[in-house]
Design a protein around this ligand. Structure first.
Ligand code: FES
Length: 137
């Protein structure tokens, strides 16, 4: 499923982000997205907040939890992880080579980006929020 863009975005400025497993794709013109005050500007959390895609962010996007953990399919065009993020990622469940924090990984230019939100998240359970997986134990 893809959201129709209301105006034509020049191809050289098009940012397309697909959130898995939901498969929702959003598009916008690079440099025009307003900042939603969650995570770093142009982070995946910022994009998610702009388009109403649910991406948990228990700490508000300040690199103090791991609830915004994402797997990014292709790291090209993404800002490198800084020390704070790397330290925090050590606490994340299901860490993979392409793991990033959605509030810290920034889209640096136009292009296609695909991210997957893990179904299981250690902080999510430990913070006592309702979660089907926790209830099934
Ligand atoms: S929202 Fe807490 S680290 Fe990203």
């Amino acid at each position: 499923m893809s959201e129709a863009t209301e105006k034509t975005i020049p191809a050289e400025k098009l940012v397309r982000v697909t959130f898995l497993p939901e498969g929702r794709t959003v598009e916008f013109e690079f440099g025009t997205m307003p900042y939603e005050h969650h995570g770093r500007p142009m982070s995946f959390l910022d994009v998610a907040e702009n388009f109403g895609v649910f991406l948990d962010h228990a700490c508000g996007g300040v690199c103090a939890c791991t609830t915004c953990h994402l797997w990014i399919k292709d790291q090209q065009g993404i800002s490198p992880a800084e020390d704070d993020e790397l330290d925090r990622m050590d606490m994340a469940a299901d860490q993979q080579l392409n793991s990033r924090l959605g509030c810290q990984a920034i889209i640096t230019g136009p292009g296609n980006y695909v991210v997957e939100i893990p179904k299981w998240n250690r902080n999510y359970v430990s913070e006592g929020k309702p979660l089907a997986l926790a209830e099934n134990k």
